[in-house]
Design a protein around this ligand. Structure first.
Ligand code: ASP
Length: 439
């Protein structure tokens, strides 16, 4: 069996953290392929190496002197190397980087060096082979990730390599230029590697013991989710932010490989399993609660709307014309509401209103801003009666006015709209009824 292990920046921020990672890898012979991020923050005031690299390259582009900031980055790596007592020098690597910076190798090249150099250190520390991601992870000429080519080349390359370190976050374009994924993209690399080697599991090591049932900034010490399906996670995507890059699920999901979120600082914790499907019942009816503030509802009214063929399409065309994506769209017989992100919508609201009038001739349009959406998600809801009843009586008891309700046809989620001001209390009330009192 093969496990692919990805370690995030905070797991690799210092020699002490590297030592923890080394122990974790050595504790299980199946952990054969390692995907590191760049060194992250050592404390809350620290700067991530990736951010230092972006700042350094901004100087290159402004034709200013970048040597001092680059040496600061080198210092971070040298401190790790010395702390681990490695006989390794990055002198030559930094000479090449300086030269490439002078030749304007590009911002993605600059950012990718964080993972590249950390990969070299990690390979040296573990005695694993170093495989440069530029040789095995590919983007097409438009910068889109090329899954098929990557899977073939990477699979072949790693079949010849018993144990390897493949740096996260980047790959190369057909012309050899380095290209990165979006921020946090080492998670994606880990997933791609897991698919290519047909791993039995993709372990994603970070600084929390998995996903929590609710946001710890709102709920004190929330429970950890033991098992979550990919679909539930997607429905809870407001919550996953910061723990796992959203795009990281696609490669492994295709291959039916589970992801296990683990904590480098508490390796004995089981963490969260993300799986395609499971017969494990979650402990509570719900798997998780997540939400976000800052939505606007666009309420459109027209008599006999239900009988007018194409009305919905015309309304949505008004949003499309203005390049606005919508989040939810509950409707009534003569009404239709479109929920959009307030910051994205605000500058374009009058353009959208006039486009709806032009395209769909509604009777009226009303806007309501400062709304929050809360998703209550759980595969257990399908087989349990009364879930919605419990949610709404909890909200009523907490004196919260519900502005919108939307239950997906999968019965996997219930979306609730409340005003921004009620957001935290609404989440507390729902958590309380399902988790604390376990009714
Ligand atoms: N180092 C990159 C970032 O800070 C990628 C990653 O850590 O996954 O976004």
């Amino acid at each position: 069996m093969i496990k692919v292990v990805k370690f995030g920046g905070s797991s690799l921020a210092s020699a002490e953290q590297f030592a923890k990672v080394g122990k974790i890898i050595q504790a299980d012979k199946e952990r054969r392929y390692v995907v590191p991020s760049a060194p992250g923050k050592r404390n809350s005031k620290d700067t991530k190496v990736t951010d230092m690299l972006y700042a350094c390259y901004a100087l290159v582009e402004a034709e200013e002197d970048f040597r001092v900031p680059l040496m600061k980055i080198k210092d971070r790596y040298d401190t790790i190397i010395n702390g681990l007592n490695l006989k390794l020098s990055l002198e030559e690597e930094f000479r090449k980087i300086t030269e490439n910076f002078k030749n304007k190798a590009g911002v993605d090249y600059a950012a990718s060096r964080g993972e590249y150099l950390n990969g070299i250190i990690m390979a040296n520390y573990l005695g694993y082979e170093f495989v440069d991601a530029a040789e095995v992870i590919f983007f097409d000429k438009d910068g889109i990730f090329d899954a098929d080519k990557t899977n073939k080349v990477l699979g072949k390359r790693l079949a010849k390599t018993e144990r390897a370190v493949i740096p996260g976050f980047y790959g190369s374009m057909p012309d050899g230029m380095i290209r990165t994924f979006s921020r946090g993209g080492s998670d994606i690399t880990g997933s791609i590697v897991a698919r290519a080697v047909r791993a039995s599991c993709y372990e994603n090591w970070t600084d929390v013991s998995g996903f929590l049932v609710a946001d710890p900034r709102i709920i004190d010490n929330p429970q950890t989710i033991k098992t979550i399906t990919y679909r539930e996670l997607r429905e809870l995507s407001y919550m996953g932010a910061g723990v796992l890059h959203e795009d990281a699920v696609f490669p492994v999901r295709k291959a039916g490989i589970p992801i296990n979120i683990r904590n480098t600082n508490a390796p004995e914790d089981e963490g969260t399993w993300i799986v395609e499907s499971t017969c494990h019942q979650s402990k509570y009816t719900i798997t998780g609660i997540a939400g976000k503030k800052g939505f606007v509802s666009v309420n459109i009214d027209k008599d006999m709307m239900n009988a007018e063929v194409g009305f919905g399409r015309k309304v949505l065309a008004a949003f499309e014309e203005n390049a606005i994506s919508f989040e939810h769209m509950p409707s009534g017989i003569d009404t239709m509401t479109v929920f959009v992100h307030q910051p994205e919508f605000e500058g374009k609201e009058q353009a959208v209103i006039s486009a709806i009038h032009r395209l769909a001739q509604p009777d009226s349009i009303e806007l309501e801003g400062d709304l929050a959406l809360i998703a209550v998600v759980g595969r257990g809801m399908k087989s349990t009666r009364g879930t919605a009843g419990r949610i709404f009586s909890a909200l009523a008891h907490a004196n919260i006015n519900v502005k919108m309700i939307d239950q997906g046809s999968s019965e996997l989620n219930i979306i609730i709209g409340v005003s921004n001001a009620d957001f935290e209390n609404a989440i507390r009330a729902i958590y309380d009824i399902f988790v604390e009192t376990q009714l």
